[in-house]
Design a protein around this ligand. Structure first.
Ligand code: NAD
Length: 378
């Protein structure tokens, strides 16, 4: 019987949990035994007794880690816990392997298997397992609420007896999953929304949401994409793009930064000069801050004021909506694992396209060395 361990990630600053009582019930039906670390779901609104009611076993003894066949996690557990795991145990979560050679060494020394969900291939069959999408959607939504809460103005246009209020102007940088959700949320609040992305396909998506697409620089190089992800553009392209964005940002009330290139530093789209030209009172929410940020000066989990502009480094937004973030994340995990559990027995097919894409260690054999070297410059 496959034993699945659900850690309490509070000590590593995480509010989300990788299983809910609903998904524990599903795993139980697949014939698994599920161990949930005491209070693991507390910050997401899931009580220990609800896990127990659905067949989970609550544990408070660190030795249980040695029994696990799979650890479902949000972030990589700390080294002390990893050391307890038995050889061949699967760690499945957002392991952030980019540039993390220590993680590669650790997995290799301890002969652990690891599936890093950031690397899930972007094929139709993988959509239901896509944690980056489920979490980015939340980040996009919450970034706009955060900006609206901090802004010194209204978002909607209002006609009142005291006069007319013009709608806020929101510039969204990056129109992927988080960016499109930010667009939809800002539109619902009544703002005027403009979007910049280097993938031309985004234009139609943005316009269908009632926002305006900011045209790309007209230089010979055409931005490319591979497997659903944008490829990094040249510094010449970025320079031109910043020039186009300058005017929009000087008129903006809010900038939501979501532009990223997988495994690379995020492109700087708001430089010092552009920031100086933004109006005092404007708000920048930088979701790309963990990858270096799209805006100069933003820092993870910090709010800084520069020239009167509020810069919010929002790296942990999915965790600020922990109930839904955990519910969706845990359903993504169920979709991923279900095909590989038969009557309680785990048999992960390493030739499966989805697994091939995101298996980074097979019993300590490091499979995607280049991923551990990524994360450098643009
Ligand atoms: P992401 O988080 O890697 O990047 C966010 C956005 O930043 C992307 O749209 C990218 O084009 C953009 N970007 C990069 N450099 C930029 C620059 N210099 N200026 C402006 N924008 C820049 O991407 P994401 O949001 O995770 O997803 C990107 C696409 O992949 C989406 O269209 C999404 O629908 C698709 N997707 C497909 C699947 C699937 O088929 N299984 C799953 C998830 C996402």
């Amino acid at each position: 019987m496959t034993k699945i361990l659900i850690p309490n990630e509070k000590s590593i600053g995480e509010r989300r949990v990788s299983a809910t009582p609903e998904t524990v019930k599903k795993l139980k039906k697949l014939g698994c035994e599920i161990f949930i670390e005491k209070s693991a779901g507390e910050l997401s609104g899931f009580k220990d007794f609800s896990y127990e009611e659905n067949g989970g076993i609550i544990f408070d003894d660190a030795d249980i880690w040695a029994k696990a066949d799979i650890v479902f996690c949000i972030k990589t557990p700390d080294n002390e816990k990893l050391k307890k795991l038995k050889e061949g145990c699967f760690i499945i979560g957002m392991l952030n392997p980019f540039g993390n050679k220590d993680l590669a060494k650790f997995l290799s020394d301890l002969k652990l298997s690891a599936i890093s969900l950031e690397l899930l291939p972007r094929i139709s069959r993988a959509q239901s397992c896509d944690v980056l999408s489920s979490q980015a959607n939340i980040a996009g939504y919450k970034s706009v609420l955060l900006a609206a809460g901090e802004l010194d103005r209204y978002f909607p246009m209002l006609m009142t007896a005291a006069g007319t209020v013009q709608p806020a102007k929101v510039v969204v940088l990056g129109g992927g999953v988080a960016g499109l959700q930010a667009v939809a949320t800002a539109k619902r609040l009544g703002a005027l929304v403009f979007v910049s992305d280097i993938r031309p396909a985004v234009k139609e998506q943005v316009e269908s949401l009632g926002a305006k697409f900011i045209n790309l620089p007209e230089i010979e190089e055409k931005p490319a994409e591979s497997g659903g992800y944008a490829k990094a553009v040249s510094s010449k392209f970025l320079e031109e793009q910043r020039q186009i964005l300058s005017k929009h940002l000087s008129e903006a009330d809010v900038a939501i930064c979501t532009a990223q290139v997988l495994g690379k530093k995020a492109p700087i789209l708001i430089n010092e000069k552009m920031l100086e030209n933004m109006r005092a009172g404007a708000v920048v929410v930088d979701l790309a801050v963990a990858q270096g940020g799209n805006c100069v000066h933003t820092k993870p989990n910090e709010t800084i004021i520069k020239n009167g502009v509020k810069l919010i480094g929002a790296s942990e937004l999915p965790g600020s909506v922990p109930y839904h973030a955990s519910s969706l994340y845990s359903k993504n995990l169920i979709s991923l694992i279900t095909p590989f559990i038969n009557k309680g027995n785990l048999d992960i097919n390493k030739d499966d396209e989805i697994i091939l894409g995101c298996l980074i260690s097979d019993k300590g054999a490091i499979l995607q060395e280049k991923v551990f070297e990524m994360g450098g410059s643009n």
